[in-house]
Design a protein around this ligand. Structure first.
Ligand SMILES: Nc1ncnc2c1ncn2[C@@H]1O[C@H](COP(=O)(O)OP(=O)(O)O[C@H]2O[C@H](CO)[C@@H](O)[C@H](O)[C@H]2O)[C@@H](O)[C@H]1O
Length: 602
């Protein structure tokens, strides 16, 4: 078998960054095998399949309740709606009325299991004739998100919101995803199949009445709903441009949240509305106004009384904080100010007269959502600590009874080295020769010397403080003294982008800095590298290490959050000599990181 040239320095404590092809090939095989074992036990990675039932779930026909307009059209008295057979009506769960025991009994137990593809050993699912897991109780689920691949993606949120809804639909749930229709010139073609629904609403906020329209595409058994407004049509990335974050992001995502609350009530998708009896899955701050709106603007009028919301925290670092003076713009009743109220600590204020008063979207969801899920168990603990809670730790601690963590799954149709369309060669756990060829092709593509025996290290990610780029920057002079190659793919902070370019010119035969965002290149780096480096300062889950393990590439990660939960440090002296899937180092220092890569004493 051809060797892959995995950095053998990672495998034997006595060898420093010296690639030994034979050991290397064995290591890759070990990692892939360990990964596959995990898959078989269904623990870390939930298999996501696009081969769900071709037709819409039968439940869609049964559950369509009578059309009940939301508050945008003044509601009639609460409709006498017969409860769905599987879900008895529950008391209102607005602020101060959270009833975790009832939630567990009524909706949460099954829906949390099924909504987040937990793949726990006692999963509450049954298998259909095609061995496709099916939920025992099916629900109407509404994802609200700022991005979902392949329509719009800036990072891991897009990956998860692009594939988890499809996996849930395949299990029998009726699933809608509501996100903006971003038109920026380059990504417009992604929305080409989404058709105008003929529905538009006027949203009363920001001192006016703003009209949004709805577009829709039915794909992979999921209703993809796109909210259209001129503020989503502009050059740049999803949330900002070269000058930083867009100044009207609070307005843009307020529109999204209002529209997402109306969509289940007014859009007849496949002939039927979703209705009031649904489960909102609100992702990060962009969607965080949804549970506040449910509690403040719908339930008092008897609408959405039986709906529930789960806040999914992908990244606590972004909370949607704006000055308190913007509160009246949100169109919420004055008495709900407390839900969003946020006061900065003194040290974070700009001047002595600054009272630090702000509104915080994510905080609003933390106090009004029925359930809170983080994207790994480790992170669900970290967010309750002063170090990891980004100021929300005390509030999150107070909601521990409804806070849980479930590791993200990956889409193994997109990320599969045996079929990946972005790769020049394919390979599997049984024949890794294709991986060695992918490495050679990658070296050629990058203009690096094509050498099988040199460890090729990769990094993919946003160039952000979170990802520990500064640590890589500090380590590069020492690392470049070794016989290694290093490729970085990323965009973000212009300072790091400039540093990547200048480092490339300093180490022409060893370092490549690819500034930009390219999904095909990220696949080729994941397959072609021997080692994937992730020195994240904090990492709620992390997807790249999961992709790396799927591709037989050894992850070397900082042992934090989801990285610590998913990467098992390799033990060369294990009973079978093949325990572990990578290296997790801690604390986060240059020496420890180099130890993780080279496995040498520091
Ligand atoms: N320049 C580039 N070119 C091409 N692809 C690029 C790229 N930069 C990043 N990507 C891709 O974007 C995704 C990044 O996902 P991550 O989970 O690693 O981080 P992110 O911080 O964005 O996500 C947040 O949400 C996710 C999802 O819950 C959590 O896993 C994570 O910890 C949390 O910080 C990967 O698919 C990666 O390949």
């Amino acid at each position: 078998m051809a060797a892959t040239g995995v950095g053998a320095g990672c495998l034997a404590p006595s060898v420093r960054l010296r690639a030994d092809p034979a050991t290397a090939a064995r290591a890759s095989a070990c990692v892939v095998r360990a990964r596959l074992r995990r898959l078989a036990r269904g623990r870390y990675v939930a298999e996501l399949s696009r081969e769900g039932p071709a037709a819409r779930p039968a439940q869609q026909q049964q559950l369509a309740p009578p059309l009940v307009p939301g508050f945008l059209a003044p509601p009639p008295p609460a409709p006498a709606q017969s409860p769905a057979p599987t879900q008895p009506p529950l008391p209102d769960a607005g602020v101060g009325e959270l009833a975790p025991d009832l939630l567990l009994e009524g909706i949460a137990e099954d829906s949390i299991d099924s909504i987040i593809v937990a793949a726990s050993e006692q999963d509450s699912e049954i298998m259909d004739a095609n061995e496709q897991p099916q939920a025992k109780v099916t629900r109407s689920i509404v994802f609200v998100t700022g991005e979902a691949a392949p329509y719009a993606k800036s990072g891991g949120l897009g990956d998860v919101c692009g594939s988890l809804p499809i996996a849930l639909a395949a299990r029998g749930h009726r699933v809608m995803v509501v996100m903006p229709r971003y038109l920026n010139g380059s990504s417009d073609k992604n929305y080409a199949k989404a058709l105008y629904t003929g529905k538009h609403i006027k949203i009363p906020c920001f001192g006016g009445s703003h009209e949004v329209t709805f577009f829709h595409e039915y794909r992979d058994n999921v209703d993809w709903v796109f909210v259209d407004h001129p503020s989503y049509h502009r050059p740049g990335s999803l949330y900002g441009d070269n000058f930083g974050a867009f100044g009207d992001n609070q307005f843009r995502y307020t529109l999204l949240c209002y529209a997402a609350c109306e969509a289940p009530l007014i859009l007849e998708l496949g002939g039927y509305i979703y209705g009031q009896n649904c489960m909102f899955v609100v992702n990060d701050w962009h969607a965080s106004l949804v549970p506040v709106l449910l509690a403040a603007k719908y339930r008092p009028y008897g609408v959405y009384r039986d709906s529930r919301s789960t806040l999914v925290i992908h990244n606590l670092a972004h909370q949607g904080v704006e000055p308190a003076s913007t509160y009246p713009d949100l169109g919420l009743p004055p008495e709900w100010y407390g839900a969003l109220e946020w006061v900065f600590p003194e040290w974070a204020r700009r001047h002595a007269l600054d009272k630090g008063e702000a509104v915080n979207f994510l905080k609003g969801a933390v106090v009004t959502a029925d359930r809170i899920v983080t994207v790994s168990q480790g992170y669900s603990w970290e967010v309750t600590t002063a170090e990891g809670g980004q100021g929300l730790n005390e509030l999150l601690s107070s909601r521990k009874s409804v806070l849980n963590g479930i590791v993200n799954g990956i889409d193994i149709n997109d990320w599969n080295p045996t079929t990946d369309k972005c790769l020049p060669h394919h390979y599997s756990v049984d024949d890794l020769s294709g991986k060695a060829k992918c490495k050679a092709e990658l070296q050629k593509e990058l203009g690096l010397p094509v050498r099988e025996d040199v460890p090729l290290i990769g990094f993919i990610g946003r160039l952000d403080y979170q990802k520990g780029i500064d640590l890589i920057k500090m380590a590069i002079p020492e690392l470049m003294r070794e016989d290694v190659q290093f490729v970085m793919l990323g965009s973000g902070d212009p300072i790091f982008e400039g540093w990547m370019r200048s480092t490339e010119s300093s180490y022409k035969d060893k370092f490549r800095g690819w500034v930009g965002f390219s999904v095909p290149v990220s696949h080729r780096i994941t397959a072609g590298c021997d080692i994937l480096l992730m020195p994240s300062r904090f990492e709620p889950c992390g997807l790249n290490q999961l992709y790396a393990m799927q591709y037989g590439t050894v992850p070397v990660v900082h042992g934090t959050g989801g990285l610590r939960d998913t990467v098992e440090t390799f033990n060369p002296f294990g009973a079978k000599g093949e325990e572990g899937t990578g290296w997790a180092f801690s604390p986060l220092t240059v020496d420890k990181m180099l130890w993780g890569i080279a496995n040498r004493d520091v």
